[in-house]
Write a protein that binds this ligand. Structure first.
Ligand code: GAL
Length: 649
């Protein structure tokens, strides 16, 4: 295993003549590359015909990298099946909800439940593991690539059959399934499991329980593919760690259920350089990765050295930005910084995606930055293995995400946007946050934030209530605790099992008024008690049973005064702890957060806007994301930072 930070990227030498490989390894050495990810899309090259393997080129490549001191993150190559396989087994191609079978000619054209795909993938992995499982260059196994990136839901017959098996395992009897899905509604009752199908295109709203279970099943079906490969690697290459690259906030996969199965978490992250919030958004994804691994170091497996090729506008990273994003990942727990890709491609759909070595070659800004970053990461090798310490946690839960964004729901809310809005305020205060689930162990936190935690089981609410009773500060946001894990509504007033600990319940919802047909905007909500500003978003009619009212909606209001005088923010103290409820997203959310953090005794780090300060181990990272220079004082020391520059103290 390497004792350095990982630095390198996807390396696809099979797309280049052999002589280019020699210049690649020479330039990799110059750039301080320590690890290359190899073979991600090499299936057709490794197995050009059914059962006929060609490993000569990969033998050569592994030895070449080894002789230049470059370690290998070896992919199992199962992400893009060869054409011959799809032609031989067209039933392995994915089917969309509209019944369209997807074609060959891009990538990820397999349905996860396909037995032909799984059988052939397993055979390839067995060959690779037997051949390279003890190769001296092998650092880690990289299973598949970005599971679910393009195809996370498949509606084929094979998937439908697998879904039925999954349901039978979950519910045991069809009566239990009917009860869970509430099929008494609209005459949807099933008489046997073999009558159940996937939620393909339907006349109108599908059954919510069926949709949510199909989301869960689809994540599990991909996980089965991963586990099948992992089992082979464990058998033939037991000492080499195994990962698969996650994709941050990917809706299709519940990474909480995947994370226990990787030896280390790895992530692909592509914040838009043109988005002014690219720094906080990147930070949020990095905090999620650290949290998925329970705080253990993780690897940033892919990021672009500059522009990508797949946005409407592919903005380049400004000078210094790539370094800042890389150091941000290290600061937030990464032990490696990898990019897509080493050498910018010459042909194919990603030719216009940046590489560490651009089309222009060595005499380019991007390559110079590649070399500089390599030097800097080499000097940071001793951060490896160190950890970050967060006292605040925020709930992030795929069930809530899936359920909140179904078509049949109370509000049109974008779950990740709601989370990102809360997170941004924490980020700007330099308060480090872990992401957790409602049922996670919360004992190490002083404050827990629960934005839009729509799905809340009895176990989850009991855990949150116990956190408050144990002295914690819990801030719950609108659209939480509305349904249980089967999507059955909590009766007697929304908030379910949190009603007592919060001392409030929710009687009605008041979504933002859409404005008039002629374009007159709807009036914003006014709030007293939170300083400046109101709210222009979702609100709820709160009923207080046993809580202090800290802020109220004041008239005139949309909805004919429905909210007038109603609580916007409440608090119920319970010993040293408190349960806070926020019934809308106020413009001045920062004031709410400050109050909660103060009660929790959590103090951030004061810094100018756009300056990120993070502590990992005994190092403090100070990152100036601004296009201008800043001055600040840190631990009594005055500091000056040029535009888009960083200091590590
Ligand atoms: C990732 C993928 C890479 C490459 C990259 C381009 O999603 O894993 O193979 O396609 O995007 O940004």
């Amino acid at each position: 295993m390497t004792d350095k930070l990982w630095y390198g990227g996807d390396y696809n030498p099979e797309q280049w003549p052999r002589e280019v490989w020699d210049s690649d390894v020479r330039l990799m050495q110059r750039a301080g590359v320590t690890v290359a990810t190899v073979g991600v899309f090499s299936w057709a090259r490794l197995e050009p015909r059914d059962g006929e393997f060609d490993f000569a080129w990969l033998d050569d490549l592994m030895d070449l990298l080894d002789s230049h001191g470059i370690r290998v993150d070896l992919a199992t190559a199962t992400a893009s099946p060869p054409v011959w396989l799809a032609r031989k087994h067209p039933e392995m191609l994915p089917v969309t909800a509209d019944g369209v079978r997807l074609g060959v000619g891009s990538r990820q054209h397999y349905n996860p439940s396909s037995s032909a795909y799984r059988r052939h993938a397993a055979r390839l992995v067995r060959e690779l593991a037997a051949r390279y499982g003890t190769h001296p260059a092998l650092e880690a196994w990289h299973i598949n690539n970005e599971y679910g990136c393009h195809v996370s839901r498949d509606y084929s017959e094979e998937s439908a059959a697998a879904f039925r098996v999954w349901l039978e395992r979950r519910y045991g009897t069809v009566e239990a399934l009917n009860a869970a899905w509430g099929t008494a509604f609209w005459s949807q009752a099933y008489g046997a499991f073999d009558q159940v199908g996937v939620p393909a295109a339907m006349p109108t709203y599908p059954n919510p329980g069926q949709l949510l279970d199909f989301d869960r099943f689809s994540s599990d079906a991909l996980l089965e593919c991963y586990l099948a490969e992992k089992e082979i690697l464990r058998e033939l290459s037991p000492d080499v760690p195994v990962t698969t690259n996650f994709m941050g906030f990917l809706k299709g996969i519940d990474y909480w259920s995947w994370a226990p199965h990787v030896d280390f978490v790895s992530d692909d992250c592509y914040p838009d350089p043109a988005d002014p919030d690219s720094a906080p958004f990147g930070a949020l994804a990095r905090d999620l990765m650290r949290s998925l691994g329970g705080g253990a170091p993780w690897i940033l497996m892919e990021q672009s050295p500059s522009a990508v090729n797949w946005r409407a506008v592919n903005a380049p990273k400004s000078p210094g930005m790539h370094r800042l994003h890389s150091l941000q990942a290290v600061a937030r727990g990464a032990d490696g910084i990898m990019q897509f890709q080493w050498r910018a491609g010459r042909a194919g759909a990603e030719s216009f995606h940046a590489g560490m070595l651009p089309h222009g070659g060595e005499d380019t800004r991007v390559f110079r930055e590649t070399v500089q970053l390599g030097e800097e990461l080499a000097s940071l090798a001793d951060v490896r293995g160190t950890r970050c310490d967060a006292r605040v946690a925020m709930i992030m839960d795929w069930d809530s995400w899936w359920a909140l964004e179904q078509e049949a729901r109370p509000a049109s809310l974008d779950y990740v946007r709601v989370l990102a809005g809360w997170y941004r305020e924490l980020w700007s205060r330099n308060v480090l946050v872990d992401l957790v689930r409602p049922t996670s162990d919360l004992s190490s936190y002083a404050a827990v934030l629960a934005p839009a935690t729509f799905v809340l089981s009895a176990e989850g609410s009991a855990n949150l209530a116990a956190f408050v009773e144990g002295g914690g500060q819990l801030l719950v946001g609108y659209q939480s605790g509305i349904v249980d894990e089967r999507l059955h509504v909590h009766l007697g007033g929304y908030l379910g099992g949190l009603r007592d600990v919060l001392g409030v319940w929710i009687e009605e919802f008041a979504p933002p008024a859409p404005g008039s047909l002629s374009g007159t905007p709807a009036p914003a909500l006014r709030i007293s008690g939170l300083g400046e500003g109101g709210a222009s978003t979702f609100a709820e009619v709160v009923r207080v049973s046993d809580a202090e009212v800290l802020a109220t909606f004041t008239g005139p209001q949309p909805h004919g005064g429905l909210l007038d005088g109603r609580p916007a923010l409440t608090r119920r103290r319970s010993g040293a702890g408190a349960g806070w409820y926020l019934a809308t997203q106020p413009d001045n959310f920062g004031a709410v957060l400050d109050a909660v953090l103060e009660a929790a005794g959590v103090v951030g780090v004061e810094a100018p806007a756009g300056v990120e300060v993070v502590r990992r181990g005994d190092r403090t990272f100070v990152l100036n994301h601004n296009d201008h220079a800043v001055e600040l004082t840190l631990a009594g020391e005055p500091l000056a930072l040029p535009a888009r520059d960083a200091l590590i103290i």
